[in-house]
Design a protein around this ligand. Structure first.
Ligand code: ADP
Length: 419
């Protein structure tokens, strides 16, 4: 364009006057200038837009430059948007993890952490981003663990926010010198492990006592000469202790089969009128006429569930009432349809239980009075079986008691268990 106006200017200058040639040339330069200034202004306006969604159009030589620029900018924007979306997905995945996760750099400064880790370690993100994690979590074992950089074994520690939470911290090095802290909540696993240890210790203890008695008597019978009557006395004691061990093993098997069994059937119906009648006869047989046994039923109705499990649970409540009620006392079996479901309860006027013990009664081998439980043939597993069988029927055990006055053990079923 500039060349054209120069050629035209020279031609006009030669044919006409020189000044006319200069004027034509100057005009050409001005037109050029205006053309470029207009495109600069357009570029300036376009570059100020937040999003490069509006097309950038130019004329002449500017057109291919503008379209390249626009294409490039658009591609760049799309790449950034895609990367932002990827990053958001990664962060969402990190947040969705049930474990706590903290990413830290070579200087142990927090790069990122998820909400679970915030709760576990008492840090907050993004407020603490860039701060050394050892300045925020100051427990000496934690600080030593990160400083020593020996991550072969995970670190076990209590949560900073909630001392009841047991944490296991695994460290995974990544991206050369960065570290990823994976924090597992192992409270439940620890509790189960403790329960398992206690259970094995309890079973061993429970069986050791009768076994020691049996082996001691057998030894005596072997070594000492005695008359038939004495021998019979020893044999009776051996039989009593063997019976005791058998009862414990039977209850343990009942518990483990309850744990392993599939959920109780929904369509099996338990005829409660006849079950309550059978329980009454059992109570009378156990009581040998020492107690007054009553039955109260309000509204008839069946229950949906496994008859053998419910009969065993209710039977345990009945036998406890007989065993913990002195002669002359009263035992009442109640079956009642309530507004919110149904209730099977056993009331007694027996020795009662101090409220202190009530929350622990369903623990395996928990007894208020060990010797009384043993004397009456208890294994300490009856209420554990009751709780298990009831929870398999979505029912709960409600215990109310007054020492010296009596107790009430009620199994509460929801409406869903009524046909
Ligand atoms: P046990 O075989 O010792 O009876 P259970 O699990 O059936 O074991 O009961 C746990 C403890 O609860 C008993 O040792 C006893 O102290 C207490 N208990 C249960 N039922 C009664 C009751 N009806 N009256 C008083 N105490 C009871």
């Amino acid at each position: 364009m500039l060349a054209i106006s120069a050629v035209v200017g020279v031609a006009v200058g030669l044919v006409l006057w020189a000044w006319v040639g200069w004027a034509v040339f100057s005009l050409g330069v001005i037109v050029q200038l205006v053309y470029h200034l207009r495109h600069f202004a357009r570029l300036e306006r376009w570059s100020n837009r937040a999003l490069p969604t509006v097309d950038l159009e130019g004329e002449g030589a500017w057109d291919p430059i503008f379209s390249r620029l626009y294409r490039h900018e658009k591609e760049l924007y799309e790449q950034i948007a895609k990367r932002d979306a990827d990053l958001e997905r990664f962060i969402a995945a990190g947040q969705a993890l049930t474990d706590g996760v903290v990413a830290i750099d070579a200087h142990l400064r927090i790069v990122w952490c998820n909400t679970t880790a915030e709760g576990q370690l008492g840090i907050s993100f993004p407020a603490d981003q860039g701060l050394p994690i050892v300045d925020l979590v100051r427990q000496p074992p934690f600080v030593r663990f990160l400083m020593n950089r020996n991550f072969k074994q995970p670190l076990s520690m209590r949560s900073v926010r909630n001392g009841d939470l047991a944490l296991s911290i695994h460290v995974i090095p990544y991206a050369h010198d960065h570290l990823l802290l994976q924090i597992k909540d192992v409270t439940q696993a620890e509790r189960l492990e403790r329960m398992r240890r206690d259970f094995v210790a309890n079973v061993s203890h429970e069986l050791r006592t009768p076994l020691t008695v049996v082996s001691g008597f057998v030894e005596t019978l072997r070594e000492i000469d005695m008359d038939v009557e004495q021998r019979q006395g020893y044999l009776d004691l051996v039989a009593e202790q063997s019976e005791r061990m058998l009862l414990i093993v039977q209850d343990l098997l009942t518990l483990s089969s309850l744990e392993a069994a599939p959920p109780p059937p929904e369509n099996e119906r338990v005829d409660m009128a006849s079950l309550v009648d059978k329980l009454r006869r059992d109570a009378e047989a156990l009581s040998h006429g020492r107690h007054e046994i009553r039955v109260e039923t309000e509204g008839s109705g069946d229950l949906r569930g496994a008859e053998s499990e419910l009969a065993s649970a209710f039977g345990n409540l009945v036998s406890n009432a007989v065993r913990y009620t002195p002669a002359g006392g009263r035992i009442t079996l109640i079956w009642r349809i309530r507004e919110d479901g149904a209730e099977f309860a056993v009331e007694d006027t027996g020795i009662g239980i101090d409220p202190l013990h009530i929350p622990r009664l369903t623990e395996r081998f928990y007894r208020v009075d060990r010797s009384r439980s043993r004397e009456t043939g208890g294994t300490g597993l009856g209420l554990a079986i009751v709780k298990h069988a009831l929870s398999r029927h979505q029912a709960v055990l409600d215990v109310t008691s007054k020492p010296g006055q009596g107790s009430r053990f009620a199994a509460r079923f929801s409406k869903a268990r009524l046909p």
